[in-house]
Write a new protein. Structure first.
Length: 623
């Protein structure tokens, strides 16, 4: 007995202590750290301000799902057991570095877009050009938490290097055991739901109604990215509309019809040029406001005297942000639920505004300050959207650059002669750039004389940036007037998406003195202004009308006198100049307004995000 005991002790001393423990700790460090990183992600996502961190809030959010966090991490790390010595260490480092990069990307992306990034972003790397400032502004001082293990792990490897180089062997049996047990735990619920059709299985809601943010919470960032990769693969296949899909589509378009007689707005701008100015990050809360007695948007304020003004236009962009606005403006469809429509379906046959206006005798041109590869603008706007002429960054003289590219002043001064060359009537789409985040307008262009604290804050930077763009918009209209273009045109202006409240609420919260109108009211409104220089159209502010960005296209076509049968059954938006309904569907599925809608109408409208997604993926118009 004593002999056996001594041999056992000797075995444990020589094997367990020296080698097995070293190997186990080497496995446990990344396992624990990856699970903690999932909790850290929730610590940011569940905070009112995603730049601040609350570990306990993150733990409480993830607590019910921690076994999934562990299971998905074990699936990844189990493969390290198939390597020995340095191979195991290298594999663990690679997996840990990739995981760290992904969770940081998750948090940074969430701060900008309030959702999780998809694998589809890999096809959009051209968008990183000139985005350094915006990306850096998404970083929090708490983000160092995600890289602590990348310091601890190398230190541990260094001090145990003599143990693992020669004495850590492959463990195929352990690999199979860990991998299979973790995989069974992961697939148990979806197997019950999809194969056994058991909808009552415990935790079924973890896998129902795939949503990026919820999936990240329930299944960890690792689990989300694995499922997202599968979802991207699944959705890459051509989508075929089912009978149920067609019923939903037909029901939507039938519900959308109001069958109201035409009013004085129909054809009020018939035969006139349409010049559309898409203003970067323009929120409605600055319109008509003063700071220290100075108007933030004096030129836009003047336009309201001869404009149709829609102050309650809800932002509806999704993962494509500015490109989604380009898309909605010209198709009146809601953007895809995953990825950017311009990247995934640039050549679909869209029933677009450029195509419809071309059939009605218009020349169509889009003049973009960005490179055509950015958001795949050139292929999409020239392809499926159907603009007859596309002009981008490479056609400009970059004599003055601010932030992401050519200054708005230089841009508008070069756009004017381009529009002058267009045969009339024309539809010209223009896009501003200088008021893009992080709103760090150089000092020589700042004219509002803000107090020092506000001037250093993102909100002050936003005020100055919008004030600059407002000044250049007024300059552009003066140039158009000098060239004799303005009087025979209507000017449509819309913010592409919200700006300072979309990305920098935390900076506003840090102000020691805040006026009530500084704060986010939760509406995410951008303005629509349709300006008539000839004063033919009577000015009106639609203060009580809730609407979305998809409503711009049918509204403009109505003003230009295009018969509604040319677009009524292909656009999801409604004509705001002849409607009795006040509502908008925003990108998280919430219905804003809708007090005068029936419950049945609300239910149908709430399907619009999914309906539009399927229409795009199935190339519905082409069919």
């Amino acid at each position: 007995m004593n002999s056996f005991s001594s041999k056992l002790n000797e075995f444990l001393k020589n094997n367990l202590t020296k080698h097995t423990i070293v190997k186990s700790v080497l496995f446990l460090i990344p396992l624990i750290s990856m699970v903690l990183k999932g909790i850290f992600v929730q610590g940011f996502l569940t905070s009112k301000n995603p730049y601040n961190f609350n570990f306990f809030a993150g733990y409480n959010s993830a607590n019910a799902c921690l076994t999934y966090y562990i299971a998905f991490t074990l699936v990844l790390l189990s493969f390290s057991l198939l390597f020995k010595g340095r191979g195991m260490v290298i594999y663990i480092f690679i997996v840990d570095i990739i995981t760290t990069f992904l969770v940081l990307l998750d948090v940074w992306y969430f701060r900008g877009f309030q959702t999780m990034p998809s694998a589809l972003l890999l096809s959009q790397t051209s968008n990183l050009d000139n985005m350094t400032g915006s990306i850096m502004s998404m970083i929090s001082s708490y983000d160092y938490l995600f890289i602590l293990d990348l310091i601890i792990l190398p230190i541990y490897v260094f001090f145990t290097r003599k143990s693992y180089v020669k004495n850590i062997n492959r463990s195929p049996k352990t690999f199979l055991c860990v991998f299979i047990v973790a995989l069974i735990y992961i697939v148990y619920v979806p197997f019950n739901i999809n194969v056994l059709h058991n909808k009552n299985v415990k935790n079924s809601y973890f896998f129902d109604n795939y949503d990026p943010t919820s999936t990240t919470r329930y299944l960890s960032p690792v689990g989300y990215h694995i499922i997202d990769a599968y979802t991207v693969y699944r959705d890459s296949k051509p989508y075929k509309l089912t009978k149920e899909d067609m019923t939903d589509i037909n029901e939507y378009f039938e519900t959308k019809k109001e069958n109201l007689p035409d009013n004085e707005y129909f054809g009020a701008a018939k035969g006139k040029n349409l010049i559309y100015i898409q203003v970067e990050s323009l929120e409605n809360f600055v319109i008509g406001q003063k700071i220290n007695g100075q108007e933030i948007t004096p030129n836009l304020n003047k336009l309201l005297n001869n404009s149709l003004y829609f102050p309650n236009t809800f932002e509806q962009v999704n993962e494509g942000t500015s490109a989604d606005c380009d898309f909605m403006t010209n198709t009146s469809l809601l953007p895809l639920r995953r990825g950017c429509t311009f990247f995934r379906y640039p050549n679909n046959d869209y029933a677009s505004m450029p195509k419809i206006l071309a059939k009605n005798g218009y020349n169509t041109t889009v003049i973009h300050p960005d490179k055509g590869s950015f958001w795949n603008y050139q292929l999409a706007l020239s392809g499926g959207i159907g603009f007859q002429k596309f002009t981008d960054y490479y056609s400009f003289n970059h004599d003055e650059e601010i932030g992401m590219g050519t200054s708005d002043r230089s841009y508008f001064e070069q756009v004017t002669p381009m529009l002058k060359q267009e045969p009339q009537p024309f539809y010209g789409m223009t896009i501003t750039l200088t008021s893009h985040g992080p709103f760090d307008l150089p000092q020589q262009y700042r004219k509002l004389n803000l107090d020092p604290e506000l001037d250093k804050n993102k909100l002050g930077g936003y005020f100055e940036s919008i004030h600059y763009t407002d000044e250049q918009t007024g300059h552009f209209l003066d140039l158009l007037n000098q060239e004799g273009i303005l009087q025979n045109s209507i000017i449509a202006i819309m913010g592409d998406h919200t700006g300072v409240h979309k990305y920098y609420d935390d900076d506003i919260d840090q102000l020691s003195t805040k006026q009530d109108w500084f704060l986010d009211n939760g509406n995410h409104n951008v303005p629509i202004i349709i300006y008539d220089p000839s004063s033919t159209i009577k000015a009106k502010s639609f203060d009580k009308l809730y609407n979305g960005e998809i409503d711009l296209m049918p509204t403009l076509l109505y003003l230009l006198g295009v018969p509604k049968d040319q677009y009524e059954n292909s656009v999801m938006g409604r004509n705001l100049l002849n409607t009795e309904r006040s509502f908008a569907i925003i990108t998280d599925g919430t219905l804003k307004g809708g007090e005068n809608l029936t419950d049945e109408q609300k239910a149908i409208y709430k399907k619009s995000l999914d309906i539009s997604d399927k229409m795009i993926r199935a190339n519905y118009v082409h069919k």
